[in-house]
Design a protein around this ligand. Sequence first.
Ligand code: NAD
Length: 445
Amino acid sequence: MSNKTVTMEKVIKEVNAPPAGAEKTEQRKCNVYENVTRQFNKAADLMRLDPDIRKILANTMNEIMVHFPVKMDDGRLEVFTGYRVQHNNAQGPFKGGLRFHPDVDIDEVRALATWMTWKAAITQIPFGGAKGGIQFDPTNYTRTELEHITRRFTFALGDTIGPEYDIPAPDVNTNAQIMAWILDTYLSLRPPTSRQNELHVVTGKPIEAGGCLGRDKATGQGVVYIIEQWAQDHRFDLNGATFMVQGYGNVGSWTAQLLQEHGSKLVAVEDVTGAIYQPKGMDAKHLAGYVRHKGGVAGYKLADPIDRQVFLSTTADIFVPAALENQITAKTAPLLNVKLVAEGANGPTDPDGDEILQLRGIDVIPDILCNAGGVVVSYFEWLQNKRSETWELHEVDEKLRKKITDAYRRVRDTARDHQTDWRTAAYIVALSRLERVYKERGIFP
Ligand code: NAD
């Protein structure tokens, strides 16, 4: 980490130039799908992926864009744009979250859908990859309007989704309540006799509506199981370690609370409202309660406000990005002063940022491994719905631990065998599995 100081001043100036939000939006918009393509090509070249199968996996299968009208509380009508992209279903039904955000567009959804295919392959669950979203800012709408937007989107998607075909789940700005509205709308449109068999059309539902214990914390829990493995491999003591989190929503806040149980200290947090710092450590649970009430970390009295730009240069052992894409780039990677980046978010590091982290000797546990706990427990929820079962929380946690730890070992061993970075290794694990599936099944006709 010593080479960090060399360029720090220059980098801080550059990072300070445009308003943080604007820059982030700009970075995110330019190249998320390009990032996927670069990551894919690097791994496919290294493992010598069969050229025919490469052609298939380099493309998404289906891309749906819908424009749909919704009546607002004051009687006005607004038209929204929604997407569902299905990347691949060779291993099982399409699976992936729904995002409500003004930056949602076809390229972002393509990228997120593709990453879902790799995640399912790495963790060896029988799902393919998909993702969807609506391009709007949900904070500008009332609860009733949100419900209507969600229901009308579900109606517009029609048979694009289905319990054995394509199964949505929560992502940024969507939660169990949104899943309950999707479920209810979808079932209302089915014949009465089949409704009870189709609860597994969405996962991440409220418990009473067929959800799974532990699904709310699952992604964060998976991140922490992975960090435990990394700590064990590096003989690193999590007790007393320091960590920082970007994004304090579902993934960030659960990761923080669960990591704190190991005695680690949460020293810095950034979200869309601002950034805060407390070198003595913050109570992650208390902060989560504050964020639920206030909508963000800004104004939290038990920590000091810091500039977003300064946040990235905080000294800590572990950084968990758990917000949006392209946060760690050529500009921001030189700022980081950590030993490990554990990617809770999808696509937080772009390929240039990745290279810099590697050169600086900072370990990166890639998104498609690190945050796969969410889709694993979604699979458990789907299974329970199909079998009319309810599992205890300790069962869910134990099964998740096994799945995610096995996946960690597969990626670790592949990185060692191919002498490559962990992201490329994770891709090789996923692509090798899909290559086998295609070779065994063949191509119709
Ligand atoms: P969320 O909506 O619950 O939280 C998002 C957080 O990001 C919020 O704290 C928000 O303030 C913050 N944020 C938004 N814009 C920001 C910005 N410009 N700068 C800093 N912070 C910003 O979403 P989530 O479900 O926690 O998802 C977070 C990330 O994790 C996303 O990349 C998502 O795709 C990924 N992910 C989520 C799940 C899941 O199960 N929810 C599973 C796997 C991956």
